[in-house]
Design a protein around this ligand. Structure first.
Ligand SMILES: *Cc1c(COP(=O)(O)O)cnc(C)c1O
Length: 417
């Protein structure tokens, strides 16, 4: 359930007609529904009520300050993967003691920033990273709380680009070396071992891979106990999928039940890092049809948004439903919906059955709240588009449309030209 619905054939976000926002901010733009974001966060968080837990929203899915601030006010933490995301999180009011730092390539300046901010823990992905974090902590005369990210080697059965927990992926530490890495960590002067972490992949539509991963991590925790290493935080990562098309992912309640059941009695805090499941269906991208044209073989609808605004179809061949903002009684036709960028990969849908579009019609690319704006770029020198948050009958531009001036900000001509 989300809050993008038709009233008298006109699409609303909560109580605001989408057309009204379009008139004010122009197209294309992203809209996020406050009610949907709130409900998704609370449903996910509430599903784990039985166990001590912390929901650390994965900032990379949607890192707008207003979105991060909303989750912070709901008691959420943050899963970050860069210094930039740490900066955003702190600006948005996330408490540092609720921030976990993941990622395979943390730079020294980023590690120091996180240490000075006193975040909850680093999810360490290699032995060299562990040593680097120790040295940074030593230099700053502090201690680093760490978890090791273990590669559980389970197949999430998702798109290969978004599966992360298999042996062939770059993420995590293989289980065989995890124990020796923990032992090494025990000996480091400025490291406090507090947790264990894994993340299987993204857009998972079954609970089994999560449970498999958890079972493997539990085995490791038992082995660690024997070495005198006590785990305070078990971080299970993110990855729960959403419905884009016909997928039927587990409800957060079912996901939580499967996990809590496998966990049993736990003497530690469970950390979860959901991204997509919280924000995916809480956002849409609204774009305008510029032209329709026909080639020998195909119909094309050319819209004013492009792959630089929403990369998922080009990148993962991802499906986004496309719905008219105003429903008119027009016969359906089959078309490719494409953007203005000079790449054949610049498409939102191929051979899609749609109501016929005419120039000026607005359409909404549904389920665009996750990995939408966050992945956008300036390719083809296109200013990035605004983000709007709707709450009830109010809306606010939470990120302005970029201008031509901001496009060239920071560029300068060398004197030798
Ligand atoms: C991307 C990522 C997440 C969030 O994944 P979703 O599929 O959006 O839930 C969580 N943890 C880590 C380490 C990630 O890389």
């Amino acid at each position: 359930m989300h809050h993008f619905e038709y009233r008298d054939n006109e699409m609303f976000c909560e109580d605001v007609p989408i057309l009204k926002i379009a008139k004010e901010v122009g197209t294309p733009f992203y809209i996020y529904s406050h009610a949907t974001l709130t409900r998704h966060f609370s449903a996910f968080d509430g599903a784990f009520n039985e166990v001590p837990h912390l929901v650390c929203f994965s900032a990379k899915a949607n890192s707008n300050l207003a979105v991060l601030n909303l989750f912070a006010t709901l008691g959420g933490g943050l899963d970050i993967v860069s210094g930039g995301e740490l900066y955003r999180g702190l600006k948005a009011g996330v408490l540092p003691e609720k921030i976990v730092y993941s990622g395979v390539g943390k730079r020294i300046d980023e590690i120091e920033y996180a240490l000075k901010s006193n975040i909850l823990m680093f999810n360490i992905e290699s032995f060299q990273e562990l040593e680097t974090v120790n040295r940074c902590a030593e230099r700053l005369n502090t201690r680093a709380r760490i978890a090791l990210r273990v590669n559980p080697d389970v197949d999430p059965k998702t798109h290969p680009y978004i599966s992360t927990g298999m042996k062939k992926n770059k993420f995590g530490i293989n289980r065989e070396v995890a124990i020796s890495t923990y032992k090494a960590a025990q000996k480091l002067s400025n490291i406090d071992i507090v947790g264990i972490d894994c993340h299987v992949g993204s857009q998972l539509t079954e609970t089994a891979p999560f449970v498999d991963a958890l079972r493997k991590v539990k085995g490791l925790i038992t082995d660690l106990e024997k070495l005198g290493i006590h785990i305070q935080y078990l971080d299970l990562g993110g990855g729960l999928g959403i419905t884009y098309d016909e997928e039927v992912p587990p409800h957060p309640d079912d996901y939580a039940r499967a996990i809590v059941q496998e966990l049993g009695e736990i003497p530690f805090t469970l950390i979860l890092e959901p991204g997509r499941v919280i924000v995916g269906n809480a956002g849409v991208l609204v774009t305008k049809c510029l032209y329709a044209k026909k080639s020998d073989k195909k119909n094309f609808v050319i819209v004013d948004a492009a792959m630089n605004d929403l990369a998922r179809p080009s990148l993962y061949d991802a499906y986004h439903a496309i719905q008219p903002v105003i429903q008119r009684k027009r016969p359906p036709f089959v078309a490719d919906v494409v953007g203005p960028i000079c790449e054949s990969g610049d498409f939102f849908a191929r051979d899609r059955k749609l109501p016929k579009c005419e120039p000026g019609d607005l359409v909404a690319l549904m389920s665009a709240g996750a990995y939408g704006f966050a992945m956008s770029s300036n390719y083809n020198s296109r200013p990035r588009i605004p983000e709007v948050m709707v709450k009830g009958d109010r809306f606010h531009v939470v990120r302005e449309r970029e201008t031509y001036e901001t496009l060239i900000q920071g560029e300068s001509l060398p004197s030798f030209l």
